[in-house]
Design a protein. Sequence first.
Length: 359
Amino acid sequence: MSDSEATLSEKETTWHRDIGSVQSLAELNELRVKYLGKKGILSNELRAIGSVAADQRKAFGEQVNEARKRLEERLDGMLRLLQQKALAAELHREPVDVTLPGLPRSRGHRHPVSQAMDDIIEIFARLGFTVADGPELEWDLYNFEMLAIPPDHPARDMQDTFYVDMSTAPPPPPGSPPPRGAQSSLLLRTHTSPVQARTLLAQKPPVRIIAPGKVYRCDSDVTHTPMFHQVECLHVEAGLSMAHLRGTLDAFVKGFFGAGTKTRLRPSYFPFTEPSAEVDISHPACEGKGCRLCKNTGWLEVLGAGMVNPDVLKMAGYDPEEVSGYAFGLGIDRLALLRHGIDDLRALFENDVRFLQQL
């Protein structure tokens, strides 16, 4: 062993003894700087390598680096030991009471629109209806034409919607060629009625479906949003009449709002039903007694309904002389507003947790 190596070994023994006597993190940090800093002892050892004989410099350099590695490991080990001691002292000074209850966590819940949709589906399931689904990006053929709403029909003005630039439209799925001519426009569906048209084309009667989902129109105010949720009901088979429609509506309204809720039908017009009716319910807030919200009438309009237009049945390949049907549609968001007493539809979609926590 050379003199340099012997000297380095003696110094390393001193360093480890000094580290073993450290009592605090501050003292340990001072030693780290003293030994490993830019002006520390090990740095000075490397700078003194020029005084070592040329044939011993490589071995001496390796010895210094190995000593540095051992010193860093010892310093890190002492750091962990001192941190553990500090933690134990802190716990001993402020003992933990393991019998104390944990920190409470608030429980989440479904969005009011999701709650309303699930309840509606459950009610209609008890009435024998199944759920049908369809695309939100829809062809004009199914959204309008198949529902007796041709391109020049004034009913389209009430359903101003979002159309798709056909140059960027995706290709149709295999086995489903797009409609041709004026019917080949793509749009975001304005109602879930296209699901009714697709279902009528795909199966024979009896048909008992509901079609819940998102729909889109160019509206945005206190009572309208560009995207909203709708559910439509369709029942087609032999022998159906307005009495069946009234019975289904009454059962649904009582199931959703309560057994004391009443319904009434008023004559109206919809292109895909004939005859048609607006459906009112006794206002849930005042229980039909009359208030400011219902203009003291005790009634609130909630949906449109009617017997399926014979032209719609014919376009689907059904014989109106053999079968009949009824259909109605309603806004799920509006029902959620009525259920919770909310006066601004936009509050449902602003994602304000403070608002949702009140429900």
